[in-house]
Design a protein around this ligand. Structure first.
Ligand code: DAH
Length: 356
């Protein structure tokens, strides 16, 4: 502490001042009989323009040492007073609640204020609904990576690199020259890409499981495409695969019809298979689903798993047969919620999302 006599004197007087203010404030808080009075007291002593703040300002020309000392002291006093104030406030509030309940004027059965919480994205909702329906029919859920190898996304699905059908999937290829050198495994499996469909999960699952197989694989896929109301660069698909002895198109038709009837909650829905082409199925078809007005909408691709695909999945193609299908989850969501632009799903516009 500095030994300037004037400052030492001022310091002691001020310290005394604060002790007096503290005592006064303590008495006032103690005396407070209701919250309004308590709040007044708070303002008078601890508020921005209260006595403590006022006194704090008045020691502007004190030497630095004394100023510091005094500052510490004042902060202690403030803390002490605040603690006592909050304690008193709690006591008074408790009394108030007890009084109200006692008088029957507080309705303790009234529902509380609902906290605002988020909700699921429409695509997630549709995905989970579809999962539940297929699970109820005995399907398990399988998954695969979004960054895939050329082998799983194409070759193993009977689409070698010279095959014109590769043009059906505009692909995002990944630059990987360094990766490739470092990682021997990737080198043997070929180039990397963002999966263009969920079909590679079929192969990954078959490699590790023998029939009977009954899975769905929902997930995100990517296409190198210009976007418009019905095309996005990323979207969601749900893949299905069932392999066992004597599986036929009839099994597929029954299952997919049951799915759509449940999904659209309409027992009258009919299914129509139209011949089509996919390299990984033979025969292949498009699935049309009936609308109430008698017209049809195309909702999925499907077929009997091609023997080469079973072989790539290490499954005996002489013993087992199976069906596979793939459909767009975005498409299902658009129809279910009457949305006319797929891009809305990926813009995170709350005016859109809050409607679900
Ligand atoms: N993978 C196809 C696509 O993305 C959809 C598809 C068609 C999947 C037929 C299948 C299938 O499993 O059998 O266009």
């Amino acid at each position: 502490m500095s030994h300037n006599l004037r400052d030492v004197k001022i310091y002691f007087f001020m310290a005394l001042d604060f002790e007096i203010i503290k005592k006064e404030a303590l008495e006032a808080i103690e005396k407070a009989g209701d919250l309004a009075y308590l709040e007044e007291t708070f303002k008078k002593y601890l508020g921005k323009k209260g006595k403590i703040a006022e006194a704090f300002e008045s020691f502007g020309d004190l030497a630095l040492e004394e100023k510091k000392e005094l500052g510490i002291k004042i902060n202690q006093i403030k803390k002490e007073l605040e603690n006592i104030y909050f304690q008193k406030e709690r006591e008074l509030k408790d009394i108030l609640i007890k009084q109200k309940v006692g008088q029957g004027s507080a309705d303790i059965l009234l529902p509380g204020i609902k906290p605002e919480i988020g909700h699921l994205h429409p695509i997630t909702k549709v995905k989970r609904e579809a999962e539940e329906i297929f699970k109820s029919m005995g399907f398990e859920i399988a998954q695969g990576p979004e960054v895939e190898t050329e082998w799983y996304n194409f070759d193993a699905l009977n689409i070698p690199d010279w095959h014109p059908a590769r043009d059906m999937w505009d692909t995002f290829w990944l630059r990987q020259s360094e990766l490739k050198m470092k990682n021997e495994k990737i080198k043997t499996e070929g180039k990397l890409l963002l999966r263009t469909h969920t079909s590679p999960v079929q192969i990954r699952y078959m490699e590790k499981h023998q029939p009977p197989i009954k899975i769905i694989a929902p997930g995100r896929v990517f296409r190198y495409e210009a976007t418009d109301a019905s095309h996005e660069m990323q979207f969601y698909q749900i893949e299905g695969l069932m392999v066992a002895e004597n599986i036929s198109v009839a099994n597929f038709k029954a299952i997919i019809q049951a799915f759509f009837q449940k999904f659209f909650d309409d027992k009258n829905i009919k299914i129509r298979l139209r011949p089509s082409y996919f390299p990984f199925t033979e025969p292949s078809f498009e699935i049309d689903v009936s609308k109430p007005d008698g017209t049809w909408m195309e909702l999925a691709g499907a077929g009997m798993v091609h023997p080469s695909v079973l072989k790539a999945g290490k499954i005996d193609a002489n013993k087992y047969t199976g069906f596979a299908f793939g459909m767009g989850l975005d498409r299902l969501a658009m129809i279910k919620y009457k949305i006319n632009d797929i891009r809305l799903f990926y813009q995170n516009d709350l005016r859109f999302l809050n409607q679900f």
